[in-house]
Design a protein around this ligand. Structure first.
Ligand code: LIP
Length: 257
């Protein structure tokens, strides 16, 4: 299966599904694991449309998705990893900072990623070994040291046990950098690192669908991707911390006491 064809269909499907987001009316938040973990009918409708289009491309493909507990074998020959609306809380509150994130993996290796921000019409894409792009523009991470970078962070809101360590690290990163930002979308934060707009992103607890596509964009843009201790991220269903940065920023972050 040609990876460029897969990316083309993923991108087309994301653009089609984005119309559901842009035309959404009376968005009702449904509580999942807690008040900060919500889902809407639009998350489910976007996911179903993506699954339909991607199954048309590869009949029998496996899926690993945020909604409806669809978590097939991640080591299958064809797997799509989907976050239908990354930044659902933003979507519910009309804070236009959400995206659609889809990655394609084969036999346990992520090969294709696409993150679409419908509000800015920015399509971030990557194919393993072939670089990362935003709307055809080739991306490269910021090579600056941490002290010269603005950084984005995630607050792991579904994991209150992570609050203290998150804000402690946020303080340290703030004091070591130019400033910090919190968008509410891990996938968009990862793409901001890939685009060199942010020097670094970290979050203490994320799921694979949050970072699979954006993480490939970071690596293909010359960045480093790992957990917050510098260990490789495993392609699995477990929650993990995530650290993404340009090479010097990455070293500087791991040196923070
Ligand atoms: C969200 C992430 C965000 C993180 C939240 C949640 P969702 O994804 O993008 O960075 O802090 O815990 O995981 O749930 O909106 O798809």
């Amino acid at each position: 299966m040609n990876l460029h064809d897969i990316l083309s269909v993923i991108s087309q499907a994301e653009r089609e599904a984005a119309q559901l987001i842009l035309s959404a009316k009376s968005i009702l938040a449904e509580i999942k694991s807690g008040k900060r973990d919500v889902v809407t009918e639009y998350d489910r409708r976007v996911q179903e449309l993506l699954k339909q289009r991607l199954t048309e491309l590869i009949p029998g493909a496996s899926f690993f998705c945020e909604e409806n507990k669809i978590q097939d074998d991640l080591n299958a020959e064809h797997v799509f990893i989907i976050d239908p609306i990354d930044g659902t809380m933003n979507f519910v509150h009309g804070y236009n900072m959400s995206c659609i994130s889809v990655a394609y993996a084969s036999f346990g290796e992520i090969l294709v990623g696409a993150v679409y921000n419908p509000y800015l019409n920015e399509m971030f894409t990557a194919i393993k070994g072939e670089g990362a792009y935003c709307n055809e523009k080739k991306l490269h991470v910021d090579e600056s040291p941490l002290s010269q970078c603005v950084c984005c962070v995630g607050t792991a809101p579904y994991h209150p046990d992570m609050t203290d360590c998150t804000f402690e690290m946020m303080r340290k990163v703030y004091l070591s950098s130019l400033d910090i930002r919190r968008s509410g979308s891990a996938a968009l934060d990862l793409c901001s690192v890939a685009a060199g707009r942010m020097g670094l992103y970290f979050e203490e607890a994320l799921c694979l669908w949050d970072y699979a596509a954006g993480g490939l964009c970071v690596v293909e843009a010359g960045g480093n991707l790992s957990d917050m201790n510098g260990n490789p991220l495993m392609l699995c269903g477990d929650v993990s911390s995530v650290l993404a940065a340009g090479p010097q920023c990455y070293i500087d972050f791991l040196s923070i006491e």
